[in-house]
Design a protein around this ligand. Sequence first.
Ligand code: BG6
Length: 501
Amino acid sequence: MNTFKSTVPTGFPEGFLWGGATAANQLEGGYREGGKGLSTADLMTAGTHTTPRRITLDVDPALNYPSHEAVDFYHRYEEDIALFAEMGFKVFRLSIAWTRIFPNGDDAEPSEEGLRFYDRVFAELRKHGIEPLVTLSHYEAPFALAGKYGGWSDRRVIDFYVRYCETVFKRYKNVVKYWLTFNEINILTMPFGTFMSAAMIPAGSLELGGDPGADDERARFQSLHHQFVASAKAVKLGHSINPDFKIGCMIAYMCVYPLTSHPDDVLEAQRKDQLSNFLCSDVQVRGEYPGFAKRYFAEKGIAPDVTEDDEQSLREGRVDYYTFSYYTSNCVSAEPGKEETEGNLSLGLKNPHLKASEWGWQIDPAGLRWSLNNIYDRYQIPLMVVENGLGAVDTVEEDGSIRDDYRIDYLKRHIEAMKEAIADGVDLIGYTPWGCIDLVSAGTGEMKKRYGFIHVDKDNEGRGTLDRSRKDSFFWYKQVIAGNGEELEPAKPAVEQYGAE
Ligand code: BG6
């Protein structure tokens, strides 16, 4: 037998972690219950595709803040977890709201009530044999840190974060194995992350995404550096609390192509891949800043304050695995004036070969295969796709069904791309599509931008019963998990194939 040939994997590995992903501020609601403090997300109003979300410095009762109720997982987690179990989830990605545990971020003692909530959630997951995958910080930093310290721009916040991590690592050391330190840590390479991730009040406009002219890039990269150190310290500490912990980084992977074969465009694409994607993961996976980052800082006069102790922490706190979100791709060009496209976190140029979602995000399954190869070639550590999906408007038919074949098609093509990447040799260990249950959009604050397999009856204005129901994609994903990614073809609409629920 030719053993060389037989080593090419033909499908998803045994034990592949199929599941779904969420974040506390977009899911839980109960924003003041159980002693919870205000997070940055709790001060972001609802927007639309065309109207940006606004940041307010206090809660204004006249405004709509989608995180306050979100989809009420806080009270409905048992029902929701039962639905995840019905689909056959092996893993569920959720975040712990830091403000449930330390309401102001810098409190001396944790909130027992907050800890008890997650005790109950993890017990429920265990009951159904679902492995939790916990993001420690997902765009929900304590708002109190903004006023008192200027958010993450202040070095003292590192210790507050590490204290929070130590608390939850110790509390859940026997029930959680997979952790992620910061959601999409590379959002701080862009102005968009200033408030959402770093809890820094932006200068100028308080519209989310703000006024790029008022962006303080130096402070933003200093905050990012503090998050790197905090992440590394958390990794080291976590391993000392439980050596079996797997602690990963999480990157918003921005797949970027040169618009043309002109060498300047090719170099521009490489530069964007380096600065937007690899700067952060090089620090978190390899334990030090790459040369291109140092050059960028020098050219921009940014000079972050990095101590010898910091450098040691970065070396000692390298992550165990690499996770990322993947929704879309875009192009770059060295020439100005080309047509732009929207996308997750960053804008780029339109690719003439791709179609886009209703929110203008270009759909590119091949880009996922390309990205998986690109990342794995660089790091050679296990990868997990912890966000992927199609934000779309769903229609509830008269019989209650939701025929979301467009979502099935999107996910199916991305799963096929993952399978190809596995055959290419990529060590992919899991897949958690985003918003497995409909939840609040982070970018726009809308409800109608839905990603879920499970529909939640709630509209953009906050009206609805919050009742849950199964979409066609629910039954399809259940079939995908049961067949470990081999049964991707939806034979008929779910109501005919599986009977209406
Ligand atoms: C990712 C975030 O950037 O994209 C999620 O980690 C977010 O929090 C997701 O919800 C999808 O973006 P949006 O704007 O459609 O909610």
